[in-house]
Design a protein around this ligand. Sequence first.
Ligand SMILES: NC(=O)c1ccc[n+]([C@@H]2O[C@H](COP(=O)([O-])OP(=O)(O)OC[C@H]3O[C@@H](n4cnc5c(N)ncnc54)[C@H](OP(=O)(O)O)[C@@H]3O)[C@@H](O)[C@H]2O)c1
Length: 334
Amino acid sequence: MRARRIVLAQRPVGLPRQEDFATEVIDLPPLADGQVAVESLYLSVDPYMRNRMGAPAGPGPAQELGAPVAGGVIGRVAESRSDTWAVGDVVLGSYGWQTAAVLPEGAVRAVDVHGLPLTTALGVLGSTGVTGYFGMREVGRPAPGQTVVVSAAAGAVGLVASQVARILGARVIGVAGSEAKCLYLKSQARIASAMDYHGSGFPEALAAQCPDGVDVYFDNVGGFVSRTVRGHLAMGARIVVCGQIAEYNGERPDAEETPIPTLLLHRGATMQGFMVMQYADRAAEARAQLAEWIRQGQLSYEETIADGFDQTVDAFRSLFAGANLGKLLVRVGG
Ligand SMILES: NC(=O)c1ccc[n+]([C@@H]2O[C@H](COP(=O)([O-])OP(=O)(O)OC[C@H]3O[C@@H](n4cnc5c(N)ncnc54)[C@H](OP(=O)(O)O)[C@@H]3O)[C@@H](O)[C@H]2O)c1
Protein backbone atom coordinates (compact mmCIF):
# COMPACT_ATOMS: atom_id res chain seq x y z
CA MET A 1 0.00 0.00 0.00
CA ARG A 2 1.32 3.46 -0.90
CA ALA A 3 0.73 6.70 0.94
CA ARG A 4 1.50 10.38 0.49
CA ARG A 5 2.67 12.45 3.39
CA ILE A 6 3.57 16.09 3.98
CA VAL A 7 6.72 16.55 6.01
CA LEU A 8 8.25 19.67 7.53
CA ALA A 9 11.21 20.39 5.23
CA GLN A 10 12.54 23.45 7.06
CA ARG A 11 11.49 25.55 10.01
CA PRO A 12 9.24 28.40 8.84
CA VAL A 13 10.22 31.95 9.58
CA GLY A 14 7.12 34.13 9.78
CA LEU A 15 4.03 32.90 7.96
CA PRO A 16 4.69 29.31 6.80
CA ARG A 17 5.30 28.98 3.02
CA GLN A 18 4.82 26.06 0.64
CA GLU A 19 8.63 25.63 0.48
CA ASP A 20 8.71 24.83 4.19
CA PHE A 21 6.97 21.52 3.41
CA ALA A 22 7.60 18.59 1.08
CA THR A 23 5.23 15.92 -0.17
CA GLU A 24 6.63 12.39 -0.27
CA VAL A 25 5.26 9.12 -1.62
CA ILE A 26 6.09 6.14 0.56
CA ASP A 27 5.43 2.40 0.58
CA LEU A 28 3.76 1.44 3.84
CA PRO A 29 5.30 -1.58 5.58
CA PRO A 30 3.39 -4.88 5.69
CA LEU A 31 1.26 -5.26 8.82
CA ALA A 32 2.62 -7.03 11.88
CA ASP A 33 0.34 -8.66 14.46
CA GLY A 34 -1.62 -6.05 16.43
CA GLN A 35 -1.36 -3.43 13.68
CA VAL A 36 -3.85 -1.74 11.38
CA ALA A 37 -3.54 0.20 8.12
CA VAL A 38 -5.73 3.30 8.22
CA GLU A 39 -6.74 5.38 5.19
CA SER A 40 -7.33 9.03 6.00
CA LEU A 41 -10.73 10.61 5.43
CA TYR A 42 -10.23 14.03 7.07
CA LEU A 43 -7.16 15.81 8.44
CA SER A 44 -7.09 18.59 10.99
CA VAL A 45 -5.09 21.77 10.47
CA ASP A 46 -4.59 23.79 13.66
CA PRO A 47 -2.78 26.92 14.85
CA TYR A 48 -0.81 24.94 17.47
CA MET A 49 1.03 23.13 14.66
CA ARG A 50 2.77 26.42 13.80
CA ASN A 51 3.92 26.73 17.40
CA ARG A 52 5.57 23.33 17.22
CA MET A 53 7.34 24.06 13.96
CA GLY A 54 9.62 26.66 15.58
CA ALA A 55 11.33 29.37 14.83
CA PRO A 56 10.38 30.81 17.16
CA ALA A 57 9.97 27.64 19.18
CA GLY A 58 6.68 27.28 21.02
CA PRO A 59 5.76 25.12 23.97
CA GLY A 60 5.04 21.43 23.65
CA PRO A 61 6.91 18.82 21.64
CA ALA A 62 8.75 20.24 18.63
CA GLN A 63 7.67 19.15 15.17
CA GLU A 64 10.53 17.00 13.87
CA LEU A 65 12.10 18.02 10.57
CA GLY A 66 11.53 15.41 7.84
CA ALA A 67 8.59 13.88 9.73
CA PRO A 68 4.92 14.19 8.75
CA VAL A 69 3.25 17.15 10.42
CA ALA A 70 1.53 15.69 13.48
CA GLY A 71 -2.19 16.23 14.06
CA GLY A 72 -5.65 14.71 14.32
CA VAL A 73 -7.05 12.46 11.58
CA ILE A 74 -10.33 10.67 10.95
CA GLY A 75 -9.62 7.48 9.01
CA ARG A 76 -11.03 4.13 8.00
CA VAL A 77 -9.33 0.81 8.73
CA ALA A 78 -8.26 -0.61 5.36
CA GLU A 79 -6.33 -3.67 6.60
CA SER A 80 -6.25 -5.23 10.04
CA ARG A 81 -4.20 -7.72 12.00
CA SER A 82 -5.86 -6.58 15.21
CA ASP A 83 -8.54 -8.16 17.38
CA THR A 84 -9.81 -4.68 18.27
CA TRP A 85 -10.39 -3.18 14.81
CA ALA A 86 -12.08 -4.64 11.73
CA VAL A 87 -11.71 -3.48 8.14
CA GLY A 88 -14.16 -0.61 7.59
CA ASP A 89 -14.08 0.71 11.19
CA VAL A 90 -13.88 4.50 11.37
CA VAL A 91 -11.28 5.68 13.87
CA LEU A 92 -9.52 8.76 15.20
CA GLY A 93 -5.75 8.97 15.08
CA SER A 94 -3.08 11.57 15.53
CA TYR A 95 -0.65 10.51 12.81
CA GLY A 96 -0.97 13.81 10.99
CA TRP A 97 -0.68 14.84 7.37
CA GLN A 98 -0.61 11.46 5.63
CA THR A 99 -3.10 9.80 3.27
CA ALA A 100 -2.62 6.49 5.10
CA ALA A 101 -0.52 4.97 7.87
CA VAL A 102 0.30 1.65 9.50
CA LEU A 103 -0.22 1.93 13.24
CA PRO A 104 -0.33 -0.14 16.40
CA GLU A 105 -3.95 -0.91 17.30
CA GLY A 106 -3.68 1.27 20.43
CA ALA A 107 -2.76 4.37 18.41
CA VAL A 108 -6.34 4.89 17.23
CA ARG A 109 -9.62 5.17 19.08
CA ALA A 110 -13.29 4.88 18.23
CA VAL A 111 -15.11 7.91 16.89
CA ASP A 112 -17.74 9.16 19.35
CA VAL A 113 -20.01 11.68 17.55
CA HIS A 114 -23.35 11.09 19.26
CA GLY A 115 -25.16 10.69 15.92
CA LEU A 116 -23.72 13.92 14.46
CA PRO A 117 -21.71 14.01 11.21
CA LEU A 118 -18.34 12.28 11.28
CA THR A 119 -16.40 15.52 10.79
CA THR A 120 -17.52 16.78 14.21
CA ALA A 121 -15.02 14.30 15.71
CA LEU A 122 -12.29 16.78 14.74
CA GLY A 123 -14.42 19.89 15.32
CA VAL A 124 -17.13 20.70 17.81
CA LEU A 125 -16.81 17.26 19.45
CA GLY A 126 -13.03 17.16 18.95
CA SER A 127 -10.28 18.85 20.88
CA THR A 128 -11.20 22.39 19.76
CA GLY A 129 -14.79 21.95 20.99
CA VAL A 130 -13.56 20.48 24.26
CA THR A 131 -11.15 23.43 24.60
CA GLY A 132 -13.92 26.00 24.17
CA TYR A 133 -16.17 24.11 26.57
CA PHE A 134 -13.77 23.69 29.49
CA GLY A 135 -11.95 26.95 28.85
CA MET A 136 -15.17 28.90 29.28
CA ARG A 137 -16.99 26.72 31.77
CA GLU A 138 -14.13 25.88 34.14
CA VAL A 139 -11.62 28.67 33.66
CA GLY A 140 -13.76 31.63 32.57
CA ARG A 141 -16.72 30.69 34.80
CA PRO A 142 -18.96 33.62 33.75
CA ALA A 143 -21.91 34.37 36.01
CA PRO A 144 -25.31 35.17 34.49
CA GLY A 145 -25.47 38.76 33.28
CA GLN A 146 -21.68 39.23 33.19
CA THR A 147 -20.01 40.65 30.10
CA VAL A 148 -17.76 38.18 28.27
CA VAL A 149 -15.53 39.02 25.30
CA VAL A 150 -14.20 36.22 23.06
CA SER A 151 -11.55 36.81 20.38
CA ALA A 152 -11.37 34.68 17.20
CA ALA A 153 -15.01 34.17 18.17
CA ALA A 154 -15.99 32.64 14.81
CA GLY A 155 -13.19 30.06 14.83
CA ALA A 156 -13.33 26.48 16.09
CA VAL A 157 -12.62 27.17 19.77
CA GLY A 158 -14.16 30.64 19.82
CA LEU A 159 -17.53 29.61 18.43
CA VAL A 160 -17.92 27.02 21.17
CA ALA A 161 -16.58 29.29 23.93
CA SER A 162 -18.90 32.14 22.87
CA GLN A 163 -21.99 29.97 22.89
CA VAL A 164 -21.12 28.19 26.15
CA ALA A 165 -20.93 31.66 27.77
CA ARG A 166 -24.28 32.61 26.23
CA ILE A 167 -25.84 29.35 27.46
CA LEU A 168 -24.48 30.09 30.95
CA GLY A 169 -26.40 33.38 30.85
CA ALA A 170 -23.60 35.83 30.08
CA ARG A 171 -23.79 38.77 27.68
CA VAL A 172 -21.28 37.81 24.99
CA ILE A 173 -19.35 40.08 22.65
CA GLY A 174 -17.45 38.34 19.87
CA VAL A 175 -14.43 39.78 18.09
CA ALA A 176 -13.78 38.40 14.60
CA GLY A 177 -12.03 39.25 11.35
CA SER A 178 -14.88 40.07 8.97
CA GLU A 179 -18.38 41.49 8.78
CA ALA A 180 -19.66 38.11 7.50
CA LYS A 181 -18.29 36.38 10.61
CA CYS A 182 -19.85 39.05 12.85
CA LEU A 183 -23.20 38.57 11.14
CA TYR A 184 -22.95 34.82 11.68
CA LEU A 185 -22.10 35.32 15.35
CA LYS A 186 -25.14 37.49 15.93
CA SER A 187 -27.67 35.59 13.81
CA GLN A 188 -26.60 31.93 14.18
CA ALA A 189 -24.53 31.81 17.36
CA ARG A 190 -27.01 34.30 18.87
CA ILE A 191 -24.53 36.26 20.93
CA ALA A 192 -25.34 39.83 21.96
CA SER A 193 -22.83 41.64 19.80
CA ALA A 194 -19.91 41.06 17.45
CA MET A 195 -17.31 43.37 15.96
CA ASP A 196 -14.63 43.28 13.26
CA TYR A 197 -11.23 44.14 14.70
CA HIS A 198 -9.91 45.25 11.30
CA GLY A 199 -12.04 48.38 11.29
CA SER A 200 -10.41 51.59 12.55
CA GLY A 201 -13.37 52.00 14.91
CA PHE A 202 -12.79 48.72 16.78
CA PRO A 203 -11.55 50.26 20.08
CA GLU A 204 -14.49 52.68 20.17
CA ALA A 205 -17.02 49.98 19.23
CA LEU A 206 -15.69 47.74 22.00
CA ALA A 207 -15.82 50.57 24.55
CA ALA A 208 -19.42 51.32 23.58
CA GLN A 209 -20.42 47.68 24.10
CA CYS A 210 -18.76 47.37 27.53
CA PRO A 211 -19.83 50.43 29.53
CA ASP A 212 -19.39 48.49 32.79
CA GLY A 213 -16.23 46.72 31.70
CA VAL A 214 -15.34 43.17 30.65
CA ASP A 215 -15.83 40.53 33.36
CA VAL A 216 -14.31 37.62 31.41
CA TYR A 217 -11.99 37.86 28.42
CA PHE A 218 -11.45 34.56 26.55
CA ASP A 219 -8.21 35.27 24.70
CA ASN A 220 -7.56 33.23 21.57
CA VAL A 221 -5.31 35.69 19.79
CA GLY A 222 -3.04 38.00 21.85
CA GLY A 223 -1.64 40.99 19.94
CA PHE A 224 -3.57 44.16 19.21
CA VAL A 225 -7.03 42.70 19.86
CA SER A 226 -6.11 41.52 23.35
CA ARG A 227 -4.32 44.72 24.22
CA THR A 228 -7.50 46.61 23.30
CA VAL A 229 -9.76 44.32 25.34
CA ARG A 230 -7.42 44.51 28.37
CA GLY A 231 -8.05 48.26 28.39
CA HIS A 232 -11.66 47.58 29.45
CA LEU A 233 -11.36 45.10 32.30
CA ALA A 234 -14.00 45.34 35.05
CA MET A 235 -12.96 45.03 38.70
CA GLY A 236 -12.35 41.36 39.50
CA ALA A 237 -12.12 40.40 35.79
CA ARG A 238 -10.74 37.06 34.65
CA ILE A 239 -8.61 36.63 31.53
CA VAL A 240 -8.57 33.12 30.09
CA VAL A 241 -5.44 32.65 28.00
CA CYS A 242 -6.37 29.99 25.47
CA GLY A 243 -4.15 30.92 22.51
CA GLN A 244 -2.03 33.71 21.03
CA ILE A 245 -2.29 33.12 17.29
CA ALA A 246 -1.33 36.71 16.44
CA GLU A 247 2.13 35.90 17.79
CA TYR A 248 2.75 32.38 16.44
CA ASN A 249 4.49 33.65 13.31
CA GLY A 250 7.00 35.55 15.40
CA GLU A 251 5.37 38.96 15.60
CA ARG A 252 5.87 40.54 18.97
CA PRO A 253 3.14 42.86 20.25
CA ASP A 254 3.85 46.51 20.94
CA ALA A 255 4.63 47.22 24.56
CA GLU A 256 1.54 47.75 26.66
CA GLU A 257 1.01 51.28 27.97
CA THR A 258 0.32 49.78 31.40
CA PRO A 259 2.35 46.60 32.09
CA ILE A 260 0.10 43.55 32.52
CA PRO A 261 0.95 42.94 36.23
CA THR A 262 0.04 46.57 36.99
CA LEU A 263 -3.16 46.21 34.99
CA LEU A 264 -4.10 43.05 36.92
CA LEU A 265 -3.30 44.78 40.19
CA HIS A 266 -5.42 47.85 39.44
CA ARG A 267 -8.38 45.81 38.24
CA GLY A 268 -8.10 43.10 40.93
CA ALA A 269 -8.01 40.77 37.94
CA THR A 270 -6.65 37.30 37.31
CA MET A 271 -5.12 35.79 34.18
CA GLN A 272 -5.02 32.04 33.76
CA GLY A 273 -3.67 29.93 30.94
CA PHE A 274 -4.89 26.40 30.36
CA MET A 275 -4.22 23.47 28.03
CA VAL A 276 -7.01 21.21 26.83
CA MET A 277 -5.01 18.14 27.84
CA GLN A 278 -5.54 19.16 31.47
CA TYR A 279 -9.14 18.04 30.88
CA ALA A 280 -8.33 14.88 28.91
CA ASP A 281 -10.00 12.56 31.39
CA ARG A 282 -13.23 14.61 31.18
CA ALA A 283 -13.40 15.00 27.37
CA ALA A 284 -16.34 12.56 27.08
CA GLU A 285 -18.35 14.73 29.48
CA ALA A 286 -17.78 17.80 27.26
CA ARG A 287 -18.66 15.89 24.07
CA ALA A 288 -21.92 14.62 25.58
CA GLN A 289 -22.96 18.09 26.77
CA LEU A 290 -22.02 19.81 23.49
CA ALA A 291 -23.90 17.15 21.47
CA GLU A 292 -26.96 17.59 23.66
CA TRP A 293 -26.93 21.37 23.20
CA ILE A 294 -26.63 20.88 19.43
CA ARG A 295 -29.61 18.49 19.43
CA GLN A 296 -31.62 20.98 21.49
CA GLY A 297 -30.81 23.78 19.03
CA GLN A 298 -28.87 25.73 21.67
CA LEU A 299 -25.46 25.45 20.01
CA SER A 300 -24.52 26.00 16.35
CA TYR A 301 -21.35 24.69 14.81
CA GLU A 302 -19.60 25.27 11.50
CA GLU A 303 -16.90 23.55 9.48
CA THR A 304 -14.82 24.87 6.63
CA ILE A 305 -13.62 21.94 4.54
CA ALA A 306 -10.78 22.18 2.03
CA ASP A 307 -10.98 19.54 -0.65
CA GLY A 308 -8.01 17.28 -1.35
CA PHE A 309 -4.76 16.33 0.36
CA ASP A 310 -2.84 18.74 -1.90
CA GLN A 311 -4.74 21.62 -0.29
CA THR A 312 -3.40 20.86 3.21
CA VAL A 313 -0.59 23.42 3.34
CA ASP A 314 -2.72 26.18 1.81
CA ALA A 315 -5.49 25.36 4.27
CA PHE A 316 -3.03 25.55 7.15
CA ARG A 317 -1.70 28.91 5.92
CA SER A 318 -5.25 30.24 5.58
CA LEU A 319 -5.78 29.95 9.36
CA PHE A 320 -3.55 32.99 9.75
CA ALA A 321 -5.69 34.96 7.28
CA GLY A 322 -8.94 33.98 8.98
CA ALA A 323 -10.36 32.12 5.97
CA ASN A 324 -12.26 29.65 8.16
CA LEU A 325 -15.65 29.84 9.82
CA GLY A 326 -15.67 27.25 12.59
CA LYS A 327 -13.34 24.26 12.40
CA LEU A 328 -10.99 23.99 9.41
CA LEU A 329 -10.53 20.48 8.00
CA VAL A 330 -9.11 18.89 4.87
CA ARG A 331 -11.09 16.15 3.12
CA VAL A 332 -8.67 13.51 1.93
CA GLY A 333 -10.80 10.57 0.82
CA GLY A 334 -14.36 9.37 1.02
N1 LIG B 1 -5.15 26.06 25.19
C1 LIG B 1 -5.43 25.00 24.44
O1 LIG B 1 -5.40 23.85 24.88
C2 LIG B 1 -5.83 25.22 23.00
C3 LIG B 1 -6.42 24.19 22.24
C4 LIG B 1 -6.81 24.46 20.92
C5 LIG B 1 -6.57 25.75 20.38
N2 LIG B 1 -5.97 26.69 21.14
C6 LIG B 1 -5.74 28.06 20.64
O2 LIG B 1 -7.00 28.66 20.43
C7 LIG B 1 -6.90 29.60 19.36
C8 LIG B 1 -7.98 29.26 18.32
O3 LIG B 1 -7.66 28.00 17.74
P1 LIG B 1 -8.64 27.28 16.72
O4 LIG B 1 -8.11 25.93 16.46
O5 LIG B 1 -10.03 27.44 17.17
O6 LIG B 1 -8.42 28.14 15.39
P2 LIG B 1 -9.50 29.04 14.67
O7 LIG B 1 -9.96 30.09 15.63
O8 LIG B 1 -10.52 28.16 14.03
O9 LIG B 1 -8.64 29.70 13.53
C9 LIG B 1 -7.75 30.71 13.81
C10 LIG B 1 -8.45 32.09 13.71
O10 LIG B 1 -7.64 33.05 14.33
C11 LIG B 1 -7.89 34.31 13.78
N3 LIG B 1 -6.63 35.00 13.57
C12 LIG B 1 -5.60 34.61 12.79
N4 LIG B 1 -4.59 35.50 12.88
C13 LIG B 1 -5.02 36.49 13.73
C14 LIG B 1 -4.43 37.68 14.22
N5 LIG B 1 -3.19 38.06 13.84
N6 LIG B 1 -5.15 38.45 15.08
C15 LIG B 1 -6.39 38.09 15.45
N7 LIG B 1 -7.00 36.95 15.01
C16 LIG B 1 -6.32 36.17 14.18
C17 LIG B 1 -8.61 34.08 12.44
O11 LIG B 1 -9.97 34.53 12.58
P3 LIG B 1 -10.38 36.06 12.29
O12 LIG B 1 -11.05 36.07 10.95
O13 LIG B 1 -11.33 36.36 13.40
O14 LIG B 1 -9.14 36.88 12.31
C18 LIG B 1 -8.60 32.57 12.28
O15 LIG B 1 -9.79 32.09 11.66
C19 LIG B 1 -5.49 29.51 18.82
O16 LIG B 1 -4.71 30.53 19.40
C20 LIG B 1 -5.02 28.14 19.30
O17 LIG B 1 -3.64 28.05 19.42
C21 LIG B 1 -5.61 26.46 22.44
